[in-house]
Ligand binder design. Structure first.
Ligand code: SIN
Length: 480
């Protein structure tokens, strides 16, 4: 289907607007073509969006949860009706294979649907009293204006995972998508308009992340910032939030271990590894980044994994048969190259892949398996964010746990074993917020998504997801 490749606008207070600054090009990493431009919004537009969202909060928060759910349900349906256009935009702006983009649109819509319903269950409490003349209640209130700052790797789902609970609970929102992939967000904003959200309830800014973030962090009318992105930026937001004690939800970096024990179903473990590692060309916070395999099944696992990875097709994501698209940009490619080259220079063996693909004009790297890596190699210390699977041999369950936990990150981990006792005991020792046990794809709207340690604060999705957007107000009623 044809995709518009023209100029896109921001939306503030129900109006489509440009910026008095210049525009930013959005470039398809599969072929380096400009696929659209967005306004280079800055401080002025951010201030306007905060005012609009603040004003709209007064009436939006007074609607019933059922009324707010009505708008969200319309948006969910519009997303599904426009799945193909959203998916095509996503693929041309950031490279994801088209079938993954279609899947992401469904996944993104599922957050809107889930939270439309979940908003009706933001219950308070009646607490047994300690004094006959008192009644003790807990009421729930939306936190207020929310700023959502989202990454390029999931242009729709990372927005809706924040929009859903914010809007359902009565908050208004300012969305700031990544400048690498803002077009999907513009289309989502159009759908919000069609769903009839009152003006100012949903606002979209594109442009300078630093200028927009400065405004939302300094303006006391913004009561909450929800961010998905790097741990480094997350730490900056924590520091900047201190002056106003702003609420934060942070979904930050991951460096997921995947453990294969010697009683695992090896075919299943290979399938799970490929599903997790090569989703979105390995540019996923929860993707398996370090594979620890017990010595008894190490050779078999490496051989089967290498065979499976050799079959993956790389290319422009618009081609229906492609499994792996490009990396997001040259910096992303350089990082992947640095990780593989470092491992090779320190004695690891590249079983397949191991090189950039330079003959098609885009930013591609071969799907790669590297064996005999060790903890001293960069690939086992840093998140690669690319299609590289480093495999290390471990001798025991305890060694696997020790290696897996040897990181400041704690987002996701994966374990493959057929033994319930071993699996249970091993997982209980893992310091990760999400664990896939014989499962390479644990994400869903109805489950809590988030990390321990330096992988973040708070949870998105599930019933926890909406708690992040409400305050408890304890009310002690004196009877007389
Ligand atoms: C991410 O890890 O980048 C998001 C992936 C997901 O929600 O499954």
């Amino acid at each position: 289907m044809a995709v518009k490749t023209d100029s896109y606008l921001m939306s503030i207070n129900g109006e489509w607007v440009g910026s008095e600054l210049d525009t930013l090009d959005v470039v398809n990493p599969a072929n380096d073509e400009v696929v659209g431009t967005v306004p280079h919004g800055g401080e002025k537009e951010a201030e306007q969006a905060v005012e609009a969202a603040y004003e709209a909060f007064q009436s939006w928060s007074n609607l019933t949860a059922h009324d707010r759910a009505g708008y969200l349900k319309k948006l969910n349906q519009l997303m599904l009706d426009n799945q193909e256009e959203l998916a095509q935009l996503m693929t041309i702006e950031m490279g994801k294979p088209i079938n993954e983009s279609r899947g992401e649109v469904k996944y993104a819509a599922s957050f809107i649907e889930w939270f439309a319903e979940e908003g009706k269950r933001v219950d308070g409490d009646v607490i047994p009293t300690h004094a006959a003349g008192k009644r003790l209640h807990v009421w729930k209130k939306p936190v207020g204006v929310v700023a959502a700052i989202t990454p390029w790797n999931f242009p729709a789902a990372m927005l809706t995972r924040k929009m859903g609970p914010a809007l359902a609970s009565g908050c208004t929102i300012i969305m700031k998508p990544s400048s690498e992939s803002p077009l999907t967000a513009v289309k989502l904003m159009e759908l919000c308009e069609q769903a009839g959200f009152p003006k100012g309830v949903v606002n979209l800014l594109t442009g300078s992340s630093s200028k927009i973030a400065k405004v939302v962090m300094e303006n006391s009318k913004v009561r909450k910032v929800t961010f998905t992105g790097s741990t480094e930026v997350g730490k900056t937001l924590i520091r900047q939030s201190a002056d106003q004690v702003k609420k934060l939800s942070l979904e930050l970096g991951g460096h997921a271990p995947l453990v294969v024990l010697d009683d695992a179903d090896i075919d299943l473990a290979v399938k799970g590894t490929v599903a997790s590692k090569f989703r979105n060309a390995g540019q996923t916070c929860i993707c398996a980044n370090r594979i620890y395999v017990q010595e008894g099944v190490y050779d078999e696992f490496v051989e089967k994994l290498t065979k499976a990875v050799k079959e993956l097709k790389v290319g422009n994501g618009t081609d229906e048969s492609v499994d792996i698209g490009p990396l997001i940009n040259q910096d992303g490619l350089d990082k992947v190259k640095r990780h593989v080259d470092d491992a090779s220079s320190k004695g690891a063996t590249v079983m397949t892949g191991g090189e950039p693909i330079t003959d098609n004009g885009g930013v591609f790297y071969q799907p790669t398996v590297v064996k005999d890596v060790n903890q001293s190699m960069i690939v086992m210390q840093e998140e690669t964010f690319g299609p590289v699977t480093p495999v290390e041999k471990v001798s025991s369950d305890d060694e696997a746990v020790q290696m897996a936990n040897d990181t400041p990150y704690g987002l996701a981990a994966y374990v493959f074993t057929e033994n319930v006792s071993r699996g249970t005991q091993l997982i209980e020792k893992l310091d990760f917020g999400i664990v896939g046990w014989n499962d390479g794809g644990p994400s869903a709207a109805q489950v809590p998504f988030g990390g321990m340690k330096e992988s973040g604060l708070g949870r998105e999705g599930g019933h926890e997801g909406i708690e992040e957007f409400v305050e408890s107000q304890y009310v002690s009623i004196g009877l007389h």
